[in-house]
Design a protein around this ligand. Structure first.
Ligand code: ATP
Ligand code: MG
Length: 185
């Protein structure tokens, strides 16, 4: 099965990303990611035998145990690939270093269990569009919001249908060590 590990996004960020996506709709042609699919990929494993799912889940448990919830702020729009067939995404103006640390721990714990992942350097982003035509160079100002990342999930990706389906297989909540409720204080 096709697996990846992603941070789930709190409602306040999903709402902001949906608003940015709605702004893009007026201006950019391409394939829109459905808001209920927005996520922040930390590690992409690709095809893995189902017998190794428990190892991947254990890697998540171990990697996330040391992490409290991570406050983040949405940032600028960016793209990967060609201007007439781009992946268009929204990045993070704060929290990127912590997200990088978490992604590094997840990857290390996967490697320790013999699980391979795409080794491309982590670049925190939430994909909003694929095959986007951004050749005109005109993009709206994204909606920016802050929120707290509290859940990391192992997903199975099913690409057989009309749109990608992500099935959560195992989730871990990031717990504040001292029980503090509000990381913004
Ligand atoms: P589709 O491939 O149909 O456009 P998708 O990219 O959302 O849909 P997947 O290809 O299964 O679905 O990818 C799942 C997640 O992993 C997405 O966030 C995707 O951007 C990311 N991803 C996919 N391939 C890689 C890769 N080689 N390296 C890093 N991340 C990847
Ligand atoms: Mg893909």
């Amino acid at each position: 099965m096709r697996l990846f590990v992603a941070a789930e996004l709190p409602e306040v960020l999903l709402d902001a990303l949906s608003e940015t996506s709605a702004l893009l709709r007026g201006q950019v042609r391409g394939r829109y990611v459905a808001p209920d699919s927005f996520h922040l990929t930390l590690a992409f494993l690709g095809e893995v035998p189902s017998s190794q799912v428990p190892d991947a889940a254990a890697a998540l448990d171990e990697a996330c145990a040391a992490w409290p919830p991570i406050p983040v702020t949405l940032g600028a729009l960016g793209s990967f690939g060609r201007a007439r067939g781009a992946v268009l995404w929204q990045g993070f103006a704060s929290g990127a270093d912590e997200l990088g640390g978490l992604a590094g721990d997840v990857r290390e714990c996967l490697a320790e269990r013999g699980l391979a992942y795409d080794p491309l350097a982590f670049s925190p982003h939430v994909t909003l569009m694929r095959r986007a035509d951004i050749a005109s160079g005109v993009l709206p100002m994204p909606v920016v919001e802050k929120g707290i990342i509290e859940t990391v999930t192992l997903f199975r990706s099913d690409l057989s249908g009309e749109r990608p389906l992500y099935e959560p297989l195992h989730s871990v909540r990031l717990e504040a060590v001292d029980g503090t409720q509000d990381p913004w204080r």
